[in-house]
Design a protein around this ligand. Structure first.
Ligand SMILES: [Zn+2]
Length: 253
């Protein structure tokens, strides 16, 4: 059967792993080691896909604890890193009965998480990833800066359909401050690869998103429309000309 996971080479040593258009993970191969950034939904064997590309020793780094970014960890026996502020969330997101049944039928289980922290630097040999904490979408959301290629992996922390309406998301005012704390990264990166894209996005997304957040705070979200999702009804605010939106809850500005 054809795999759900489609591979796309983005640059020398950088591949995008597209899980059926639902979420995206990445493989970054240095000279000595390779990092898998997010393992997506876990329905197809992402480890096997990665092993068709590289034989290097692997590590998994999860951008945050949501199930569409971590469930594929079940196929890996290497170290899997997550910011500790998302460990509880990750536990919750891997405790859904359907996923537990899926794992037990295949004799697979989630490997334990190891902690990764803001400022940690991972040397893959000729390529370096720096961990940048960006609490907002979730408490322990991280970005990863691939310094040599000037690429910023943002998970769901900065994307074109930002979910801030979740119970576990921070108020927009706090998120705005956190974005400003890491504004230095705009000088270090030209492009973004986020957790739900299939192509490079210009780093200008950072500023576009920031000004959208600011507008929502200042106007109470004037110009936003209803947003229906599986958790209920919240609001969505368009923040650029390309149809990008910030989803938010009016009681958490
Ligand atoms: Zn998420």
């Amino acid at each position: 059967m054809e795999s759900r996971i489609k591979v796309k080479k983005m640059d020398d040593g950088v591949w995008l792993l597209d899980d059926n258009g639902e979420s995206s993970g990445y493989l970054v191969c240095g000279e000595k080691k390779a990092a898998v950034i997010d393992t997506m939904n876990g329905i197809d064997d992402v480890h096997a896909v990665v092993r068709e590309i590289t034989d290097l020793p692997l590590m998994v780094i999860n951008t945050h604890g949501h199930c569409d970014h971590i469930c594929g960890n079940i196929y890996f026996d290497c170290d899997c890193f997550l910011h500790p502020d998302d460990t509880e969330l990750a536990h919750e997101h891997t405790s859904f009965p359907e996923f537990k049944k899926f794992c037990s039928e295949r004799n697979l289980k989630m490997p334990p998480f190891k902690a990764i922290h803001d400022g940690d630097v991972i040397d893959l040999g000729g390529l370096t990833l720096e961990i940048i904490l960006l609490p907002g979408h979730t408490l322990g959301s991280i970005c990863l800066l691939l310094k040599e290629k000037r690429i910023l992996f943002t998970g769901d922390g900065i994307n074109q359909h930002l979910w801030m309406q979740l119970d576990t998301s921070l108020p927009l005012k706090v998120f705005l401050k956190n974005l400003d704390k890491i504004s230095w990264v705009k000088e270090k990166a030209d492009k973004i690869l986020h957790g739900h894209t299939r192509e490079f996005v210009d780093i200008s997304l950072f500023d576009d998103l920031r000004s959208g957040i600011k507008q929502i705070i200042e106007t109470g979200g004037k110009g936003s429309t209803e947003y229906k999702w599986f958790g209920g009804i919240s609001k969505q605010f368009p923040f650029d000309s390309k149809g990008s939106v910030i989803c938010f809850s009016e009681d958490k500005l």
